[in-house]
Design a protein around this ligand. Structure first.
Ligand SMILES: Nc1ncnc2c1ncn2[C@@H]1O[C@H](COP(=O)(O)OP(=O)(O)OP(=O)(O)O)[C@@H](O)[C@H]1O
Ligand SMILES: [Mg+2]
Length: 240
């Protein structure tokens, strides 16, 4: 079992991000707690990816602060992120994972076993020796998840993990996300897909124009949205 995480809660306190004179995140107050996945939703450009980057520690707020387990300076050793279009190394699926294990400082003697476990977890056991860049989009997304998990993270950030995947590939990725969450790894993910949010979310954070317009338990968010923006978005109308 995983030891209690020192990463959580992740606390955003008045986090503002500006770039080139534009406010991308506007005074965000948010607490990410252990438990089922937190799903970020909102239209294009609402700030989902930026929020994930701040939470990962890749981007420093222009104003406000972020803490991990109450601390401001925490090296991101127990955090992992999968970007929307993960870049694969020009080598086999197994070698991509070995590279991540080495980067995470996992002793070489454990690499063989861990590579096997991780490939099995994401259903790529048969494709260990396939060149990663020759894998299908869905397979590459699963390999990217395995690589992220090689770090043995306490928190896993996923940016649109099923964008451009078909239903079968989407289901495979969602099944992995559920399995990861059941291992007590906190998943924080962005998605455009409201169906996916309903299937996976424990709680939902809805962004619009860099602000949180609504947040809450998934069941109440989907059944009884409070804000005009959430009502519009859930009704499938264009939120501009
Ligand atoms: N470095 C930057 N400089 C200027 N503007 C930026 C920068 N990074 C992001 N933005 C802008 O900030 C806004 C939010 O971007 P972000 O990628 O976080 O949105 P998103 O919700 O993930 O959108 P999408 O659904 O399209 O992925 C966008 O308008 C984007 O163009
Ligand atoms: Mg994005």
């Amino acid at each position: 079992m995983r030891a209690p995480s020192s990463e959580l809660p992740i606390e955003f306190d008045g986090v503002t991000v500006t770039a080139g004179g534009v406010t991308i995140l506007d005074n965000i107050a948010l607490t990410l707690l252990p438990g089922p996945p937190t799903v970020l939703i909102g239209p294009n450009g609402s700030g989902k990816s930026t929020l994930l980057r701040v939470a990962m520690g890749l981007l420093t707020p222009s104003r406000g602060r972020i803490t991990w387990g109450g601390l401001e300076k925490v090296p991101p050793l127990k955090r992992a992120i999968v970007f929307q279009r993960p870049a694969m190394l020009r080598r086999s699926a197994a070698a991509n994972i070995r590279f991540a294990l080495r980067a995470a400082g996992v002793p070489r003697a454990e690499h063989g076993r861990r590579v096997g476990e991780l490939l099995e977890l994401v259903g790529l056991g048969q494709l260990a020796d396939r060149a990663a860049r020759r894998l299908s989009g869905g397979e590459q997304q699963r390999l990217a998840l395995a690589r992220a998990l090689a770090r043995d993270p306490a928190v896993l950030f996923l940016d649109e993990p099923t964008a451009s995947l078909d239903p079968v590939a989407t289901k495979a990725v969602e099944d992995i996300i559920r399995a990861v969450s059941e291992r007590n790894i906190k998943v924080v993910m962005a998605t455009h897909d409201l169906g996916e949010a309903r299937r996976l979310a424990g709680d939902v954070v809805m962004l619009h124009r860099g602000q949180i317009v609504e947040t809450g338990a998934a069941a109440s968010f989907f059944d009884r949205p409070q804000s005009a923006e959430a009502k519009t978005f859930l009704a499938g109308e264009l939120l501009v």
